[in-house]
Design a protein around this ligand. Sequence first.
Ligand SMILES: [Zn+2]
Length: 240
Amino acid sequence: MNTKPRFPSLSLSLLLIISGGASTNLHAKTNTPSAVKVAATHPVTSAETLNSLKMGNDRFISGKVRTDGQSPTDIQKLASGQAPQTIVLSCSDSRVPPESVFDQKLGEMFTVRAAGEALSSQAIGSIEFAVAKLGSKLIVVLGHTSCGAVKAAVDTLDGKSAGSESLDQLVNDIKPRLRPMAPGTIRNQDLQEESLDNAKGVARDLMARSKIISTAVNAGKIKIVVAIYHLNDGKVTFEQ
Ligand SMILES: [Zn+2]
């Protein structure tokens, strides 16, 4: 039997097998009974996961990043399944790769990316998959300063097109999260306030638009936090 999770099939019978032991290295569990399937669980809390991300960002800023977690052995260990502690919804901006800014390695971070963290059924469904099937403890909505998608939303508040039907759908998802302002005007030169308003709104909308996510959050199984990446120094600041 093939026990590999086959995302995005969502087939429960194909989910990986994860032990509930004390070790945080769950990826090493490969020799498991082929017919066994259990719910994914993590031995770490959302607070511990959040702290590990903060420490990872500190390493990223200092340039003292990890060298483990990406060897051929690690690749082989992960072939049987994934158990990422964190789900990140971030902007697609090339300067904000979540795995890099949090110094995370293979199998540790489930990432969903769209310009401006714009929500779509595909983005929400991807997060729902991880919440329901992978046992992650934390969802991070990661915006960033000087976000081009947020700027495009600000610039089209008067209703003009962003350039195409798809681009209009993207900015129209962002616009309701921005506080009332005149089209084209910004509060901060680097759009920090606007990007934070958008990221906070994305977190609220995830709760409002997904029963799977809101149920898991309300049950205390997972926590949503909002964060902003600062392009000038690489620092991620979290909003609690
Ligand atoms: Zn952006």
